[in-house]
Design a protein around this ligand. Structure first.
Ligand SMILES: [Zn+2]
Length: 347
């Protein structure tokens, strides 16, 4: 606990009786190095002490003394890589437990957690157990392999917290992966917008909800035409995705990863049908078009593209995109950048 400014002013304004000066004097706070012994170890810290302004005699002050002790303990913890009281509290709270239930869970004395959270130096074995249990996965195996002195309701609560943490870390992992894969400066390759996963998903949700039986191959073309036409008319793409020259036409970069993520997020699922030896991949919506992600202008372009190709099968729309200049002038695997948007043939 650092002293706040108010306490500081109060302390230094105090009058004290100084034995040396033999009268009431003004006080001030000075800083000096002090030595302490913790568990047989010498620890030096900068301590703030209250002194007589006239002769420098030291006065006892509880607030300052506590502050110094806390610094001493923290220095000891730092040296021995022990968790801080704050960290111990965080570990307990991430499982939604009170100090008492946490102690019970760990088979510790009633007051132990309370003492640690208030600054007492923890036993090293206790510290290791806390470090271990900080990971939700470890907490799970601890619950499974030990006799736990908690009631079922409390145990259920811990499991809930574990699930929540695991979901969060799953989301973080996929977000980090996205950043790695897609974070890029705005350039002609992405239509001067860095990749926007939300908009990309919203475009797909638009087409998946707009009509029935949306084929994956057709979706790729609808996305490409929408981004290109929007770029042609506004100088910026909608999704910021790069399109790659693939055998069946332009395809969003890493589209399978992105569709996989949308399935994890329960936005869509993909049905595979077999027909006369052909596989057909259908994009089935599992949620509505998200609100407030696409603006009116963007939605209007998607609608135009949808209507334009409404009666085209995948084959026809593929043939159509093969005739585009951007496709003809690039090779397999190359980016078809947005400079080709001006040449798009859309009657
Ligand atoms: Zn004095």
């Amino acid at each position: 606990m650092m002293m706040n400014l108010l306490q500081f002013r109060e302390v230094s304004r105090m009058k004290k009786y100084c034995e040396e000066c033999g009268r009431e004097v003004d006080c001030k706070i000075v800083s000096k190095v002090e030595s302490y012994e913790v568990c047989g170890e010498n620890i030096q810290v900068n301590a703030r002490v209250l002194v007589c302004v006239d002769c420098g005699e030291e006065f006892y002050n509880e607030t300052l003394d506590n502050e110094t002790l806390l610094n001493v303990y923290n220095e000891y913890r730092r040296r021995h890589k022990l968790l801080s009281p704050e960290e111990i509290k965080q570990i307990r709270e991430q499982y939604g437990l009170s100090q008492r239930s946490f102690a019970k869970l760990l088979n510790w004395g009633d007051k132990t957690v309370h003492r640690y959270e208030n600054g007492a130096i923890q036993d090293k074995a206790h510290n290791s157990l806390l470090l271990f249990l900080r990971e939700p996965e470890n907490m799970k195996s601890y619950l499974q392999n030990n006799e736990i002195m908690l009631d079922d309701q409390q145990i259920a609560k811990i499991y809930e917290a574990i699930t929540r943490m695991e979901d969060n870390s799953e989301t973080k992992r996929s977000e980090n992966m996205m950043k790695l894969m897609f974070s890029q400066e705005a350039s002609i390759e992405n239509g001067f917008r860095s990749f926007d996963f939300e908009k990309f998903c919203a475009m797909i949700m638009f087409f998946a909800n707009r009509g029935n039986r949306l084929l994956k191959v057709k979706l790729m073309k609808l996305l490409n035409y929408s981004d290109m036409i929007y770029f042609k008319e506004n100088g910026i793409s909608i999704s910021g995705i790069k399109y790659i020259h693939q055998p069946y036409g332009p395809v969003p970069q890493n589209s399978d990863v992105l569709l996989g993520m949308m399935q994890l997020k329960k936005m869509i699922h993909i049905d595979v049908e077999f027909n006369n030896g052909y596989e057909r991949h259908l994009i089935i919506p599992d949620s509505d078009i998200p609100k407030d992600i696409l603006n009116e202008k963007e939605l209007a372009v998607l609608e135009r593209i949808y209507v334009r190709f409404e009666n085209f099968g995948s084959g026809q729309i593929s043939d159509h995109s093969h005739k585009e200049k951007g496709y003809q002038e690039t090779a397999l695997g190359e980016v078809i950048d947005y400079s080709y948007a001006k040449d798009i043939l859309l009657s």
